[in-house]
Design a protein around this ligand. Structure first.
Ligand SMILES: NC(=O)c1ccc[n+]([C@@H]2O[C@H](COP(=O)([O-])OP(=O)(O)OC[C@H]3O[C@@H](n4cnc5c(N)ncnc54)[C@H](O)[C@@H]3O)[C@@H](O)[C@H]2O)c1
Length: 259
């Protein structure tokens, strides 16, 4: 799927990995539609990059069906059609223990689990399902019959069984990739996942320094935190390469997390 001239939904596009994705899409000639609860951040980025290329769709909570549907309708109104979505929204919850006696001794309450799962996992499902419904109904765009690409952002915490509420919500997102890829394949829509390790974004900048240092220590090479453009360049590669489908790619400098 070429980026130039095409339009992509970016959830969480007002900050961090989503913001870098929006910038890369625009640099490569594409358009981006930001779905984010951070309305001001989205507006600021759209003004910086050009409102003809970036649509800040207002305050959009990915867990709200009507808000997402309205934002997608705005996107179609401005750009005519979509070529995919990159789901970069997310919240971090660092309560790692089931009982309160486990790692970190910080009990994860049932309410916390529900809250984090709702935003990270159900929000991803909500947007992916609605975008898929639009892509299916559009004409194909390439000789391969491609109609679009959906990229889910999970985390190595989800794949390696770490950080209970956050990690399980991210494992559930990774679990969406193959079912979506199978169901959408007949329509020429690819679905991929990216599982980042530690990246330097507002999400990790608020963590204690020792936490990020410990994450970097687990990396094989290079021993430094990832930069957001290193994430968005993988997004660009996935969009470009039609053979990538149904997998989750670790982007983690060789990290394997443990509690
Ligand atoms: N930064 C890392 O080290 C890292 C590592 C692994 C995975 N990730 C994942 O990458 C994605 C991007 O993270 P980031 O580091 O850029 O974080 P970030 O905090 O900089 O950006 C997340 C964005 O999601 C938005 N958001 C939160 N809840 C929302 C909701 N209900 N509806 C719409 N938007 C919402 C926020 O407003 C924010 O703009 C997240 O899914 C995160 O879990 C990040």
């Amino acid at each position: 799927m070429k980026i130039s001239g095409n339009t992509f939904i970016v959830t969480g596009g007002a900050s961090g990995l989503g913001e870098a994705t929006v910038k890369t899409l625009v640099e490569q000639g594409g358009n981006a539609v930001i779905l984010d609860v951070n309305e001001d951040g989205a507006k600021r980025l759209a003004q910086e990059l050009g409102e003809n290329r970036v649509l800040a769709a207002g305050k959009v909570d990915v867990t709200q069906e009507d808000e997402v549907a309205q934002a997608l309708a705005l996107a179609i109104k401005q750009f005519g059609r979509l070529a995919g979505a990159i789901l970069c929204h997310g919240i971090l919850d660092a309560s790692p223990s089931i009982t309160g006696y486990g790692p970190g001794n910080a009990l994860t309450s049932y309410d916390q689990l529900k809250y984090v799962s709702n935003v990270n996992f159900l929000g991803a499902y909500n947007v992916a399902q609605k975008v898929a419904d639009i892509l299916i109904k559009q004409e194909h765009m390439t000789d391969d019959g491609e109609r679009g690409v959906i990229i889910m952002v999970t985390s190595i915490a989800g794949l390696d069984g770490c950080i209970l509420a956050y990690g399980t919500s991210k494992a559930a997102i990774a679990g969406l990739v193959l079912p979506f890829a199978r169901e959408l394949a007949p329509y020429g829509i690819r679905v991929m996942g990216i599982a980042p390790g530690a990246f330097d974004t507002p999400m990790t900048q608020v963590l204690p320094k020792e936490f990020n240092a410990a994450a970097v220590h687990l990396q094989l090479y290079p021993k430094r935190i990832g930069q957001a453009q290193e994430f968005s360049s993988l997004v660009s590669l996935i969009l470009d390469n039609v053979m990538l489908n149904g997998s989750v790619i670790r982007l983690d400098a060789g990290t394997r997390m443990f509690q």
